[in-house]
Design a protein around this ligand. Sequence first.
Ligand SMILES: Cc1cc2nc3c(=O)[nH]c(=O)nc-3n(C[C@H](O)[C@H](O)[C@H](O)COP(=O)(O)O)c2cc1C
Length: 200
Amino acid sequence: MARILVLYYSSYGHIATMADAVAEGITAAGHEAVVRYVPETAPADVAKAAGFQVRDDHGQIEGPDALADFDGIVLGCPTRFGRMASQMAAFWDTCGGLWFRGALIGKVAGVFTSTASQHGGQETTLFSMITNLLHFGCTIVGLDYGFTAQNGVDEVKGGAPYGATTIADNDGSRQPSQTDLDGARYLGRRVAETAAKLAG
Ligand SMILES: Cc1cc2nc3c(=O)[nH]c(=O)nc-3n(C[C@H](O)[C@H](O)[C@H](O)COP(=O)(O)O)c2cc1C
């Protein structure tokens, strides 16, 4: 059984909802999922004024060293101007010790994101996280086309071969659709299954 960390940042809950779906995919495939968020770096008054939400049922990551305890990591973060939010980047910037020790080399990883608009930076944000993970030596698993629902233009939908995605709309009113959530579940399952195979 693989032990997978779902590590995310979310200001308005879309990525937190996707994190739950990733975890569902992991556990439904018989593996263990632990969901954690990275620390908020915005000042408390700014976060409050902007209406940032924190999920009480997800704990904050204990610290960089906690990442070494997992067989795989699924990283989720909303876009900020076409790349990962600074909160997520700030967390990884504290992980130099892990990099130095090579503690994440060979661990399996996947990514998911959310944007306001359909073409507001989904793929570049996914790659900003993939770039980071490759520096740590992670083996990347994408949202392969076995997830066939990413094809087609019959509905507004997330999903890219590079990772699972959702679209929040400019006012945040669009919640992850069934297709978006299914993509997140598929990604979670594929990361866990790949991690189990590589460990075996
Ligand atoms: C400072 C800032 C920059 C943003 N930049 C973009 C952007 O480049 N493209 C886009 O589509 N959405 C952008 N957004 C919208 C967020 O990506 C959106 O609120 C997020 O995907 C919702 O996810 P969450 O509910 O998990 O926070 C931006 C939001 C903020 C606050």
